[in-house]
Design a protein around this ligand. Sequence first.
Ligand SMILES: [Zn+2]
Ligand SMILES: [Zn+2]
Length: 361
Amino acid sequence: MSKQTEHSVASYLEKLGQYLDVVFRPIEKIAHRYILLPFRWILTQIDPLSKAIEGTLFKKILQVSIYPIFLFLTFVIGFRLVEGGFTSRTFLGTIVMFLIFGLIFAPLERLIPFSRRWLDDKDMPVDVMMFFGGKFWGDYINRPLRIATIAVVVQQISPTIGIAIWPAHLNMVIQVFLLLSINDFFRYWYHRWMHENEFMWRWHAVHHSSERLYWFNGTRSHPLEGLISSFLWAIPLAFVKAPVEVVFVTSLLGRTIGRFQHTNMDLILGPFDYIFSSPKNHRYHHSRKLEEGNSNYGGDVIFWDILFGTFYLPKGEQPSDDIGIANMPNYPQTFVGLMLAPFTYGRIKKEAERINKESEE
Ligand SMILES: [Zn+2]
Ligand SMILES: [Zn+2]
């Protein structure tokens, strides 16, 4: 593309952004007033209790037990949902399960927050819109269906394709962990590539634009990034020919781990920090400091990072709650701005350089 065309495409997109803002800004405002404010009022009722349990044994028990309990529940509910094969019950059950998990997460974050500053939820309407703009279709409908479809197709019509060495005789839980690890090997490299290649970064930066981490903002990513990564998720899963129940529960477990990755709960995880992509090690991944942010790429497990030398978890230290994109104070924070950001990245970057230069002078 010539410089001139690039310039006119960028200014066209900027104009388009202005028009779309006329439609979407009022929606953000309405969502803020009628969804967020009542929801916030309910949550703030928990604050006195949160202060009262500070330093108690009760809080410690919560901090240690919540994570394993949710992992356990995911296994139990997941295998129950898929008992009679992959049916509409499985599909609806998955949605209900994640809605209930979501409803429990928000009050728990309020009860035992890692950062009280991160309780400020002014960005939530944008995240809700990002969710319906992309993640909802990608994760809750498209992905489970696509994984199951690809897996079934591969198993049914081409028994000669794929590796017929899947250890189906092993315990189901072990099979799920095995599949989760194989799958995350691909996601690890894809994620790392998105951080190390500037063209890929412009898509993934949308995810890193959050200035706080909480239960819902794992949903903040560009739909095009999600589309590619969910295929990457599905294809290896389908070709190793694991049983469909294992594929399904692995997918659910990935969602539970993903939800915790972004939680603001102050959890004590011990060995889990060295097995899974946990809230603590993922907070470093969202750091503004590049030497911290270019680490912990694992989506579900963290041992590929340990193996390939990108694991970052200094002992006896807590990650900072000042997170976001390095040196880009002007990165968009509206729904339309985020949707267009990968396309206008060049402009955002140039503008950021100018702002940073001015503040240095
Ligand atoms: Zn990342
Ligand atoms: Zn993240």
